[in-house]
Design a protein around this ligand. Structure first.
Ligand code: ADP
Ligand code: MG
Length: 180
């Protein structure tokens, strides 16, 4: 339980820190992350990318999404079909409709196609030097990455949110973390 308490305190601290970012500083940081992700995508074979729409002050990479198709990349967004289950990914492009999923987050409408992403972007409240992700505490990415086959997991985080916490048995490391 000590770990859990630590994680909860870290979550509060890191969410407060990113909410305190000045809008222009955040815009610049998000643009740097987007630029690095763009470069990473140029160097990797990703046909289907699982993205996300930002909540709670997460880096906003959505300006990048419209351009992905030009590079031949299909975009998908996560949906919580059922709580305590892995995420699923539905095809989506900017302009397509969204609806609240079982967790209350906006997701593509259920009439979209399910896709198996080659890589997914995992927004991090915090991340460790060994690539552990601090999420909202739902364990959704851990459950998604526990499946086989699993997509590459690209953490997306602000550099200031590097933290340390001990890995729990279910925590699955990200393959890399892209920061500003
Ligand atoms: P987060 O990764 O979102 O920060 P945690 O790592 O604290 O959250 O995980 C939250 C909960 O999710 C854990 O207490 C655990 O019960 C559950 N969980 C994570 N991965 C799995 C899994 N593969 N199977 C079942 N439950 C899991
Ligand atoms: Mg976890």
């Amino acid at each position: 339980m000590e770990n859990v308490t630590d994680k909860a305190a870290l979550r509060r601290q890191m969410i407060a820190a990113r909410r305190a970012l000045a809008p222009d500083v955040k815009l610049q940081a998000d643009a740097r992350i987007a630029q690095r992700l763009w470069q990473w995508l140029a160097d990797h074979q990703v046909k289907v990318l699982g993205g996300y729409l930002p909540i709670a002050g997460e880096p906003d990479l959505s300006p990048l999404y419209a351009g992905l198709a030009e590079r031949g990349i299909v975009l998908a967004l996560p949906i919580v079909m059922e709580r305590h289950q892995p995420l699923r990914y539905l095809r989506w492009q900017p302009g397509d409709p969204l609806a609240r999923d079982a967790s209350g987050t906006m997701a593509p409408s259920a009439s979209s196609d399910f896709l198996q992403p080659d890589a997914v972007l995992a927004p991090c409240i915090g991340f460790t030097g060994t690539g552990l992700r601090l999420g909202f505490g739902g364990g959704y990415f851990d459950r998604t990455l526990a499946q086989s086959p699993r997509p590459m997991a690209v953490g997306i985080a602000y550099a200031f949110s590097r933290v340390e916490f001990p890995a729990e048995a279910h925590d699955i490391p990200l393959d890399l973390v892209i920061t500003d």
